[in-house]
Design a protein around this ligand. Structure first.
Ligand code: 5GP
Length: 138
């Protein structure tokens, strides 16, 4: 299947839809997931168009991984999480719902189960506060 530029993350990257932005540079956007699996669930989105890992340009992958690491550390510091889960889904049977490559960084808190993937919507004010706190920890 080929890349479809009408997907929701492409629209966010074009500024057509708002997002709780944590960080942005010429290669990637980092924002809060609005249906978080835990407090602080963050998405790292390379700007280069690809559906997922399978069709991504290797150069785009190597450019984004240091940022994934940087955000993971800032996220852990800002939320006080006990661990960080990195997740990435490729095609619908594997759990992918938005077809523009992205990396999930999901804080894990000891003794607390994660909410289901793409479940309930988070409070906007809380997401705005988290985005600010993670950005400040970068
Ligand atoms: P996937 O299932 O494709 O790996 O993950 C897509 C993620 O995007 C899900 O975790 C879902 O909660 C999140 N999501 C879906 N729509 C929106 C949106 O409009 N804005 C934001 N910030 N996240 C979204």
């Amino acid at each position: 299947m080929s890349y479809d530029s009408s997907n929701i993350f492409a629209r966010i990257l074009r500024g057509e839809i708002p997002a709780h932005r944590v960080y942005e540079d010429e290669t990637a956007l980092v924002m809060m997931d609005i249906f978080p699996q835990s407090r602080g669930h963050t998405l790292v989105i390379p700007k280069a168009p690809s559906r997922n890992l399978l069709d991504a340009d290797p150069a785009a992958l190597s450019a984004v991984m240091p940022l994934v690491q940087r955000i993971a550390n800032a996220l852990k510091a800002a939320t006080g999480a006990d661990g960080i889960r990195l997740a990435q889904f490729n095609e619908a049977p594997a759990g992918q719902t938005v077809f523009h490559l992205h990396f999930h960084l999901i804080p894990v808190y000891e003794g607390m189960a994660l909410a289901p993937h793409a479940g309930g919507k988070a409070d906007d004010a809380e997401l705005a506060e988290l985005a600010k706190a993670i950005a400040a920890a970068l």
